[in-house]
Design a protein around this ligand. Structure first.
Ligand SMILES: *[C@@H]1O[C@H](CO)[C@@H](O)[C@H](O)[C@H]1NC(C)=O
Ligand SMILES: *[C@@H]1O[C@H](CO)[C@@H](O)[C@H](O)[C@H]1NC(C)=O
Ligand SMILES: *[C@@H]1O[C@H](CO)[C@@H](O)[C@H](O)[C@H]1NC(C)=O
Ligand SMILES: *[C@@H]1O[C@H](CO)[C@@H](O)[C@H](O)[C@H]1NC(C)=O
Ligand SMILES: *[C@@H]1O[C@H](CO)[C@@H](O)[C@H](O)[C@H]1NC(C)=O
Ligand SMILES: *[C@@H]1O[C@H](CO)[C@@H](O)[C@H](O)[C@H]1NC(C)=O
Ligand SMILES: *[C@@H]1O[C@H](CO)[C@@H](O)[C@H](O)[C@H]1NC(C)=O
Ligand SMILES: *[C@@H]1O[C@H](CO)[C@@H](O)[C@H](O)[C@H]1NC(C)=O
Length: 155
């Protein structure tokens, strides 16, 4: 029996939809909602120059946070943040939502403009799996918390 052209087109459209669903939800899991909202809170509270920013400035609700520049995920959980050279000058403290990203393994804040008078925030020890932290040229000053020296022994 011959199917009319329209039926074939209809079947092909269904098949394409099926493949798209697989590729979106099957292979790479979407960002967990709470992780996405933590990242947006982080962005909201960071002081950065949006003219100079190339990654942070584009973070928004309309896309899955695992696809944002500077964000690396594993099964929908944020495990890497690369905020190198984003002209960030402040907005990180103990209460920052950065320290609620429990699964973070790698973090770079290299080449930012944190105010020299601020200490390195001390809550890095909340990030139990953090094994890479890059603060090169981030212009923090103050005592390096003990939690950071622990990083070297964690992996
Ligand atoms: C952001 O950077 C641009 C380019 O360097 C500069 O012209 C502008 O004054 C900066 N804005 C702020 C608020 O520092
Ligand atoms: C930082 O970004 C600016 C442009 O926004 C670029 O000119 C500069 O070379 C970058 N610096 C580093 C260390 O990547
Ligand atoms: C929202 O994020 C998407 C994907 O990163 C980007 O293409 C788009 O320009 C962003 N929109 C705004 C208003 O920043
Ligand atoms: C964000 O900044 C506001 C105002 O400074 C502060 O009240 C709030 O606690 C901050 N939130 C986080 C998650 O750092
Ligand atoms: C930390 O890493 C270990 C080993 O990879 C994993 O089993 C554990 O679930 C991770 N913890 C968090 C909070 O991601
Ligand atoms: C750095 O912080 C100090 C005290 O909080 C303030 O007086 C100074 O103006 C800040 N410097 C810059 C470049 O923002
Ligand atoms: C962060 O909290 C610790 C105690 O958990 C405290 O000793 C430290 O002064 C706080 N740092 C800042 C920058 O508020
Ligand atoms: C830290 O980041 C900077 C800028 O991306 C890079 O040049 C440097 O090699 C990094 N340092 C380490 C120890 O990975």
């Amino acid at each position: 029996m011959r199917l009319p052209v329209f039926s074939w087109l209809f079947l092909m459209a269904i098949y394409a939809l099926f493949l798209m669903t697989i590729s979106v939800f099957g292979v790479s899991s979407p960002c967990f909602r709470n992780e996405q909202s933590l990242l947006l809170q982080l962005k909201n509270n960071l002081t950065f120059n949006s003219t100079m920013s190339t990654k942070l400035v584009k973070w928004n609700q309309s896309a899955d946070c695992c696809s944002w520049q500077g964000v690396t995920c594993n099964e929908g959980r944020v495990i890497g943040l690369d905020l190198t050279n984003e002209s960030i000058s402040g907005g990180l403290d103990n209460s920052s939502s950065l320290f609620s990203l429990q699964h973070l393994e790698s973090l770079s804040l290299a080449y930012n403009d944190f105010n020299l008078s601020h200490e390195i925030p001390l809550e890095f020890d909340k990030l139990v799996n953090l094994s890479y932290l890059n603060l090169s040229n981030a212009l923090f000053v103050g005592q390096i918390p003990i939690a950071i020296s622990r990083l070297t022994s964690s992996r």
